[in-house]
Design a protein around this ligand. Structure first.
Ligand SMILES: [Zn+2]
Length: 100
C-alpha cells in the first residue's frame, strides 16, 4: 500500500495525537525509506511482533510501524492495520466524492 507522509500526519491529527516527540518536543520523525520511483510515497518499514496467549507464542503476528525521532531517537510504534484501514476508508470517501 502506498502511503504518503501527508496521510500519516493527517491520521495522527484525526486521532488527536501530537506531532511532537514526548521526550524532546521536536517534530522530525524518520518513518521509512522514500520510494525512488514515486518520491511522494513512502516504503513503510515494519516489524512483526509475535503475540503470546497463555504464555505460548501463537501463529498471530502484529505488524508495527516504528516512527523514530530524528533528534533523540525515541521510537513511537503504530499498529499498521489501523493506519491502513483509516487511509483506505478515507480514499473511498474521496473517490466517491470525486465520482459524484
Ligand atoms: Zn525526540
Amino acid at each position: 500500500m502506498d502511503i504518503s507522509s501527508d496521510e500519516i500526519v493527517a491520521y495522527f491529527k484525526s486521532n488527536g495525537a501530537s506531532e511532537n516527540c514526548p521526550f524532546c518536543n521536536k517534530e522530525d520523525w524518520y518513518v521509512s525509506a522514500v520510494d525512488s520511483d514515486k518520491p511522494e510515497k513512502l516504503i513503510l518499514e515494519h516489524a512483526n511482533f509475535p503475540l503470546i496467549q497463555d504464555n505460548v507464542f501463537t501463529q498471530n503476528i502484529m505488524q508495527i510501524i516504528p516512527f523514530t525521532c530524528v533528534t533523540c531517537g525515541f521510537v513511537r510504534l503504530q499498529h499498521m492495520h489501523h493506519l491502513q484501514t483509516w487511509i483506505s476508508s478515507r480514499k473511498c470517501v474521496n473517490d466517491n466524492e470525486t465520482d459524484s
